[in-house]
Design a protein around this ligand. Structure first.
Ligand SMILES: NC(=O)c1ccc[n+]([C@@H]2O[C@H](COP(=O)([O-])OP(=O)(O)OC[C@H]3O[C@@H](n4cnc5c(N)ncnc54)[C@H](OP(=O)(O)O)[C@@H]3O)[C@@H](O)[C@H]2O)c1
Length: 249
C-alpha cells in the first residue's frame, strides 16, 4: 500500500464507528493517532490496525470530560494531524437523565462540551497552519428535540451548531469542517434495539462515507450516511410544534 504521509487523529478509538474509521484511513495509507480514555483498550485496537494495514499507529490517552487536560493533550501529540475525527459520544438513558442530574450532565458533557472544546483547540492550530480537516460525529437526534431522547439530542444539536460556526469562521483559513449524521448504526450503542434495516448502517459504511466526504475532491459540509435520512429529518423538522408536541416519537 502506498503511504500518503498524512496523519489522522481519531478520538474515540474504542467505539465501533471509530475503530472502522481508523482502519479505513490506515488501509488508505494514512498514519493514525488513536485516542481513548482506556489506554490498554486503545493499544489493543492499535495492534489490530497495525496488523491489518501495516501502517504506523500511535496511542494517546484522553478522557473527554477532563477539559483541563485538553490543551496538554494537543501539545503532547507527536505531530499536528492533517485530519481529526471525533467519534466520542454517549447515548445514556433518557429516563435516568430526567431523574439524575449527574447522568444528564455526563450525557451533555460527553456529546457536546468535551468534543466541542477539543475540536476548538485543534481548530486554532489548524487555522494557524492554514490547513486541516475537522470531522465531528453528530446525530439526526440533534435535528429536533424528541421526548424519547432530548438530553442526548440537545447535546448533539449543540455540537452540530458548534461545527457549523467553526466551518463558517474557518473556511477562509483553509480549514474544512464536516458534520456527520450517521442515522442508526449497528454498534455497541444500539445493541438490543430493533432498528429498521433501510435506515440502519454498518460501522464500515459510516467509515467509508467519512473517508470519502472528508478526503474526497468534492467539498462536503454535512452528510447523512444513508441519504434517505435527509428527507426523513426534513419532514420531521417541518411538523408544526403544536402538532409535534402531541406525537409520541
Ligand atoms: N450507533 C448509532 O446508531 C449512532 C447514531 C448516530 C450517532 N452516533 C454517534 O456516533 C458516535 C460513535 O458511536 P458508536 O455507536 O460507535 O458508540 P460506542 O461504540 O458506544 O462508542 C462511544 C465511544 O465514546 C467513548 N467515550 C465515551 N465517554 C468518553 C470519555 N469521557 N472520554 C473519552 N471517550 C469516551 C467510548 O469510549 P469507551 O470505550 O472507553 O467507553 C467509545 O469509544 C457517537 O458520538 C454517537 O453519538 C451513533
Amino acid at each position: 500500500m502506498m503511504r500518503t504521509g498524512k496523519t489522522l487523529l481519531l478520538i474515540g478509538a474504542t467505539s465501533d464507528i471509530g475503530r472502522a474509521t481508523a482502519l479505513a484511513y490506515a488501509v488508505a495509507g494514512w498514519n493514525v493517532q488513536l485516542t481513548g480514555r482506556n489506554l490498554d483498550a486503545v493499544e489493543r485496537e492499535a495492534n489490530d490496525i497495525r496488523t491489518r494495514s501495516g501502517g504506523a499507529v500511535s496511542v494517546h490517552q484522553l478522557d473527554i470530560l477532563n477539559s483541563d487536560g485538553i490543551e496538554a493533550f494537543a501539545d503532547a501529540l507527536p505531530a499536528i494531524p492533517d485530519t481529526v475525527v471525533c467519534v466520542v459520544g454517549e447515548l445514556g438513558e433518557q429516563a435516568r437523565a430526567e431523574r439524575e442530574i449527574g447522568h444528564a450532565a455526563m450525557v451533555m458533557r460527553t456529546n457536546f462540551e468535551g468534543p466541542a472544546l477539543l475540536l476548538g483547540v485543534l481548530a486554532e492550530r489548524f487555522a494557524a497552519r492554514r490547513a486541516g480537516t475537522i470531522v465531528g460525529i453528530s446525530s439526526v437526534a440533534g435535528d429536533r428535540g424528541r421526548a424519547s431522547n432530548y438530553v442526548y439530542g440537545a447535546a448533539k444539536a449543540g455540537f452540530t451548531a458548534f461545527l457549523s460556526g467553526l466551518r463558517n469562521r474557518l473556511t477562509s483559513a483553509g480549514v474544512r469542517v464536516l458534520t456527520v449524521k450517521p442515522g442508526f448504526v449497528r454498534t455497541r450503542m444500539t445493541a438490543g434495539m430493533k432498528l429498521p434495516p433501510l435506515l440502519t448502517a454498518e460501522p464500515s459504511e459510516v467509515a467509508k462515507a467519512i473517508l470519502s466526504a472528508a478526503e474526497g475532491k468534492k467539498s462536503r459540509d454535512v452528510i447523512y450516511v444513508r441519504g434517505i435520512w435527509r428527507p426523513v429529518m426534513m419532514i420531521i423538522r417541518c411538523i408544526p410544534e403544536p402538532v409535534f408536541k402531541r406525537l409520541k416519537l
